[in-house]
Design a protein around this ligand. Sequence first.
Ligand SMILES: Cc1ncc(C[n+]2csc(CCOP(=O)(O)OP(=O)(O)O)c2C)c(N)n1
Length: 367
Amino acid sequence: MLFVENLFKVLKKNKVNFFSGVPDSILKNFSLYLEKKKLKNIVAANEGSAVSIGIGSFLEKKKISCVYLQNSGLGNAVNPLASIAHKDVYSIPLILLIGWRGAPKTKDEPQHLVKGRITTKILKLLKIRYCQINTDKDLKKFDKLIMDCKKKNLIVAGLIKDKSLFFKNELKKKINKKKFINQRDFFENFLNLISKNSKIITSTGYTSRGLMKLRNINSNSYKGRDFYMIGGMGHTAMVSLGVSIFSKKKVYCIDGDGSLLMHMGSMHRFAINGNKNLKHVLLNNDCHNSVGGQKTQAMTIDFKKLSLSLGYKKYFKIKSKKDLRNILKQFIKSKGPSFLEVLTDVNMDKNLPRPTDLIKIKNRFYK
Ligand SMILES: Cc1ncc(C[n+]2csc(CCOP(=O)(O)OP(=O)(O)O)c2C)c(N)n1
């Protein structure tokens, strides 16, 4: 039997059939399996929300949830874990399934190394009992932990660091065939039209990697200076606000929809506290494309009403390639804080680069 099936066998045996979480690359096949089997699953805006949904489900139905997350999202989760669910507070049982990026002795990207190093320390500080799940055999330990969680109303966790555990069960997501804008077309036109000394801050995952790829191909012919914010998902808008307050240059925040939704309250501050040099671009592909394409349902949001009611001065939308240049020009000319929604497809270039020299990226952005 495949690993993923054995994992679900353990969860089913313990009557765990409700899930909430934020997708992660290691757990990609776990969340796609939830979709395939049509299990009850809420893709939460952030990991704190995922934990809170699990807390609520227990309060109403004594239903123990499985909350899945990447360890980078443990920071978001700590508040409800420590202040609501902890056994010294309301003692609400929860099962955490954590994708452990940057685990000691594994090779990973720089933004994952610190969190990877302290993941088990955070769990220990929170008195959350955990086990590592490296093979099918480890599922026995996980099973025992879950039984304890049920008996004693505890939070427990299983840590998975090796995504190859799921490889035999690689699930493919159906590609959205709608003819929206390709991310690369957007960036090519954008970099061509902006003024030379513009500042660009891009969100985690493919947004940063896609922009970096173009810079690598053609470093001289494009304008602007980039900060690839490959960690701290969801904070792109507020980092951009901070930059813009102390800059006379035009500052562009380029967000993915998963990133924007993660801390959406930031939009309000962006609109209220931002100056006219600050602009917000949303590359809306309706999903977490970088980690498997799980739906965010961001295309159900009326960003025009939302952004204008929050205080953005203007809203623009690009739906097709024929509008791309024209609307981009209007957006670039507009007085901020303004908002541009670009409907993008999920087709990405192969072999996108991964930013590794982060200090160099920071220093180049300064200059
Ligand atoms: C706090 C946190 N949670 C989860 C992740 C894992 N992660 C990396 S990229 C990504 C998806 C980003 O989605 P979106 O902003 O829509 O951009 P897209 O991938 O669609 O280009 C996720 C969930 C993370 N890096 N940090």
